[in-house]
Design a protein around this ligand. Structure first.
Ligand SMILES: [Zn+2]
Length: 195
């Protein structure tokens, strides 16, 4: 990715303007972050050939990258539409960039554990973890502590999550297999081996 903050801001400006090279550079950055996290999980579990991805992994990975790219661009555009001052824009865009990189890393870890399960016969579960701070949203609070098999989704497309006080949340971007749920979501997954 870019070498300095000025380079990054330049690349992000070009990206928002739809520049092909910038779109490609940023896509590569998220894919690289995802793959590095995936491969790290696999090597930590003493397995080889981390590059072997099957068709369903590739499709799922494409979906995660598409959601990350879409969310990234949408949030950058929101900041620009709000007419923030130039130096504030740089700071906010960087924050969104870092947020989305964390999302790519979370997705990568999930693919790592899915691979580990497939090739080793091990059984793993994932638990949704939320910071439970004063600003934690009701959805993340509701998901906090939910433990399911790594291959399953926390919410499937169209599923409605019932929240306290007669509120609800509808899953609209594909299936929810890993954080995030919303911009600035600070949730992560904890993995536990079950056999
Ligand atoms: Zn969250």
């Amino acid at each position: 990715m870019a070498r300095s903050e000025a380079d990054l801001l330049h690349a992000l400006t070009l990206f928002l303007n739809g520049d092909d090279d910038a779109v490609w550079i940023i896509t590569q950055h998220f894919v690289a972050a995802l793959l590095a996290a995936r491969n790290q999980v696999i090597t930590e579990n003493n397995l080889e050939d981390p590059s072997a991805m099957n068709e369903s992994d590739l499709l799922e990975m494409s979906r995660h990258i598409a959601v990350i790219m879409f969310g990234f661009r949408e949030r950058m555009q929101e900041i620009e539409d709000e007419g923030e001052l130039a130096d504030n824009i740089a700071w906010q865009w960087e924050r969104i960039f870092i947020d989305q990189t964390v999302r790519a890393i979370e997705a990568g870890k999930l693919f790592g554990y899915m691979f580990v399960e497939r090739v080793s016969g091990q059984v793993w579960e994932k638990t949704w973890m939320s910071r439970l701070a004063h600003n934690t949203c009701a959805v993340c609070e509701e998901l906090h502590g939910m433990t399911i098999p790594v291959q399953q989704d926390f919410l499937s497309l169209g599923q409605i999550l019932i929240l306290p006080n007669d509120r609800h949340y509808a899953q609209t971007y594909g299936n929810l297999s890993a954080p995030s749920v919303h911009p600035h979501c600070q949730c992560w997954l904890m993995y536990t081996r079950r056999n």
